[in-house]
Write a protein that binds this ligand. Structure first.
Ligand SMILES: Cc1ncc(COP(=O)(O)O)c(C=O)c1O
Length: 365
């Protein structure tokens, strides 16, 4: 319950993961449980829109100035997928640019170079598109321009090289699996300028990082996206995703005058349970709550930093708002290649994980 997890042996853990950052209020948050119980008694899914869908859409449009219109799906993966498809339908181009090591869910195009390795990632000036799984179509690899995070020169050079082919650049401003690395202001400006100059849309993947502030993560770093992919916290613990953005781009989904440029829908899209849980959760998140989370995050990061200094441990901590990550590095990293684990680093991190997840509770194990 709340911030605690109990395992089958009755051991209690503080849950700092909360279903991969979804449960911003913790487990079994009373307003969500109550709203869901009421909704379940009134029906769990319908073919048509419900009031809670409209209310959640209005809440997101009201909070995030870049979201003029929104559409709901069931996962963050689908949100990223449809944001990319919308960018393609709007620009008439098919390629995308993404950042090496960044995780954006399971759509093939964003899985390119998700787990690039030193033996296949290529030159630092021209990262290679690497397959994420055996059998990934070569045509997918050809349609993704891989960039390096915080590489200002590379962003300008590679994005202008593919200028007439790129529909979108997909960016998570603080990519979690690529190290929760802080973006340099000049890097964000480079992405923004290159995109604007070349008619490429900026898709902000806020599936995880929307939790960084009332309006999301991108305004903290000076990014102005054309489209956003959202998920996790907006569903209050139930499956959800949402695409939002500029009205003229979101028009590609508009079916009011017949078949839209980009048809989108699904059996469980905008399902009332996710909408209800999301609404109850988001209504209990005001600016003061985000300010409080920021303070808690600072306390954790600083506390870990002090422990590292005290023991002269070969570690550092990155993160922002309520997020943190520990690296087996003496200096905060700048991109995915810098966080790529060495064998010694991997052993150190495994030891830390074992300590916090079990051995400390059961030293005999
Ligand atoms: C940045 C980012 N994008 C997309 C996704 C995919 O979301 P989902 O797991 O809901 O499909 C995730 C999930 O962790 C994510 O962290």
């Amino acid at each position: 319950m709340g911030s605690h997890l109990f395992d089958v042996d009755g051991r209690r853990f503080i849950d700092l993961n909360c279903n991969f950052t979804t449960l911003i209020h913790g487990h079994a948050f009373a307003p969500v449980v109550e709203a869901l119980t009421n909704q379940l008694q009134r029906g769990s899914c319908f073919a048509n829109p419900t009031e809670s869908e409209i209310e959640l859409a209005e809440l997101l449009c009201g909070r995030i100035p870049e979201v003029d219109r929104g559409r709901f799906v069931n996962t963050g993966t689908e949100a990223v997928l449809f944001a990319i498809k919308a960018a393609r339908a709007f620009t008439g181009r098919s390629k995308i640019a993404k950042f090496e090591g960044a995780y954006h869910g399971a759509y093939d195009w964003v899985e390119v170079s998700r787990s690039a390795k030193p033996d296949n990632w290529g030159d630092h000036m021209a990262p290679k598109s690497t397959a994420f799984y055996r059998g990934m179509p070569a045509s997918v690899l050809d349609e993704v321009v891989v960039l390096r995070f915080n590489d200002v020169e590379g962003v300008h050079r590679l994005m202008s090289l593919h200028v007439h082919e790129l529909a979108a650049v997909v960016l998570d401003p603080v990519p979690s699996r690529a190290g929760l690395v802080a973006p340099k202001p000049q890097f964000i400006s480079a992405v923004q300028e290159s995109a604007r100059t070349n008619g490429i849309l900026v898709v902000a993947d806020e599936v995880l990082n929307l939790r960084q502030s009332f309006e999301g993560a991108f305004p903290r770093y000076g990014l102005v996206p054309d489209l956003l992919a959202m998920g996790k916290i907006i569903g209050g613990g139930l499956p959800i995703g949402a695409i939002g953005g500029r009205a003229d781009i979101m028009k590609v989904f508009d079916a009011s005058a017949g078949r839209p440029l980009l048809p989108q829908g699904g059996t469980f899209s905008a399902n009332p349970l996710s909408m209800t849980a999301g609404l109850a959760s988001m209504r209990h998140l005001d600016r003061a709550d985000f300010a409080h989370l920021e303070i808690l995050g600072d306390i954790v990061r600083k506390g870990i930093g002090r422990a590292i200094t005290k023991r002269s441990a070969p570690l550092c901590v990155t993160g922002a708002a309520s997020l943190f990550r520990i690296h087996p590095l003496a200096q905060a990293p700048n991109d995915y290649r810098e966080i790529y684990p060495t064998p010694a680093g991997a052993t150190l991190m495994n030891g830390l994980t074992r300590f916090f997840c079990g051995e400390r509770h059961n030293p005999a194990a």
